[in-house]
Design a protein around this ligand. Structure first.
Ligand SMILES: Cc1ncc(COP(=O)(O)O)c(C=O)c1O
Length: 411
């Protein structure tokens, strides 16, 4: 029985086990992905470009994987490109379209949102070195992008719009189909089509990724977020989309991504994606129950706790709280000592603390943005685990608040 009145301490881990609540960061490899990968890590080691049996079999395994991914996304096999992780897929999408359009003299303007992952934001910064301008559209307090605001940002020089399908920090799911419709309506007024990319890295477990329904031209995925291997990803490129490859070399992936293919990674990605898309409803239902239980419990037991992100349009496994007066680092350390893996949602990249750009864009005050926790469930989590977290969290937050107060008064 957990003694909630005792101080949180590493020597007295009452859980004895680990509770993993950071599925937005990465997931366990799905057994079917591992099964699919094994042969290519052992006997089936041929180079897919080889002109002999071993190589041809590897090439066939890649093409089978490509067809499975195409079925899962509702597109043609030729529209699927296997890449390195999500970051590479996103870089390829943004730079690939932007440079192709610039080369054709069609423009130098990109539109994206202020809450994108750094893979998108820094790709846009990179383009600035080559004469591109980017408009970063704002979001509301729930992290929601307004389709009309995206459309209004488009000019006759716009070549690409990139808006994420679901936010990795606060879990808000964006109205992508409405955004694509508004963008193409506006593009028509300039008598052209504008390529639309979506970062769907957080979405494959819980949302249907039908590229036609979403209306997107490019879509990025990262395998390790949905039970696939780390370091592997997918880029969907609709046929006819202008695209300049960002990795030049041996011409693999139909000239769109050169380099000897990661055969095991590719077959693992395909197996995991098929599982994720086939089970997304079941996954969503199971995770939603756990997250609701967690959210209700925390809002009830922790004074001045607030749930961030959209109340309904959110990823079913994401719960993101802000606790005025607490500090994320202190809470994460205390949870880790107790065997609970959680996150603040964004990594601190500099010695001086800066609030997450997502929370800032949502207008969250600094005093709240400094004390946030992101808890992301997976299907292997149990209601008992959530109860254990609920029995610990109020004390973790109050200790962090007390520590922050004493630090302030010592100054
Ligand atoms: C929304 C989003 N986009 C892109 C990425 C980058 O993916 P990776 O780190 O697998 O390259 C992440 C990773 O957390 C993400 O959450």
């Amino acid at each position: 029985m957990l003694n909630c009145s005792s101080r949180v301490s590493a020597d007295d881990n009452p859980l004895k086990t680990r509770i993993y609540l950071d599925h937005a960061a990465t997931t366990r490899l799905h057994p079917k992905a591992l099964d699919a990968m094994w042969p290519h890590l052992e006997d089936e080691f041929g180079n897919p470009s080889g002109m002999y049996g071993l190589g041809k079999e590897a090439a066939r395994a890649i093409e089978r994987a490509r067809s499975s991914v195409a079925d899962a996304l509702g597109c043609r096999a030729q529209e699927v490109v296997f890449t390195g992780p999500g970051t590479e897929s996103i870089n390829a999408a943004i730079k690939g379209v932007a440079f192709a359009e610039q080369f054709a003299g069609l423009g130098n303007h990109v539109v994206t949102s202020r809450i994108e992952h750094h893979a998108v934001l820094h790709s846009c910064d990179y383009l600035a070195k080559f004469g591109f301008e980017t408009t970063f559209v704002p979001v509301d307090r729930f992290g929601m992008v307004d389709p009309d605001v995206v459309a209004e940002a488009i000019t006759d020089r716009t070549v690409l719009v990139s808006v994420m399908l679901a936010n990795n920090e606060v879990g808000t799911v964006e109205p992508l189909a409405d955004i694509t419709e508004a963008v193409q309506r506006r593009a028509k007024s300039f008598r052209r089509r504008i390529a639309l990319h979506t970062d769907a890295v957080q979405s494959a477990n819980s949302l249907e990724l039908d590229v036609k329904r979403l209306g997107v031209d490019l879509l990025s995925l990262s395998a390790h977020k949905f039970g696939g291997p780390k370091g592997a990803g997918v880029l969907y490129i609709r046929r006819g989309t202008p695209f300049l490859e960002q990795l030049s070399g041996g011409g693999q992936e139909r000239q769109r991504r050169a380099g000897t293919e990661d055969v095991a990674g590719i077959v693992g990605t395909a197996a995991a994606l098929c599982e994720a898309q086939a089970n997304h409803e079941h996954y969503s239902k199971a995770c939603r129950q756990l997250s609701r239980h967690l959210a209700e419990g925390v809002l009830h037991s922790v004074p001045a706790a607030k749930l961030s992100g959209h109340p309904e349009q959110r990823l079913p496994n994401n719960v993101h709280f802000s606790f005025e007066g607490a500090q994320s680092d202190a809470m994460l350390e205390a949870l880790d000592e107790l065997g609970i893996a959680a996150s603040a949602g964004s990594a601190c990249t500099s010695a001086t603390w800066e609030p997450s750009h997502v929370l800032t864009a949502m207008g969250m005050p600094l005093s709240r943005a400094a004390g946030v926790l992101r808890l992301t469930c997976g299907p292997e989590n149990t209601a008992e685990e959530i109860d254990q977290v609920l029995s610990i969290l109020p004390r973790v937050v109050s200790e962090s608040r007390a520590k922050a107060r004493s630090g302030l008064s010592a100054k």
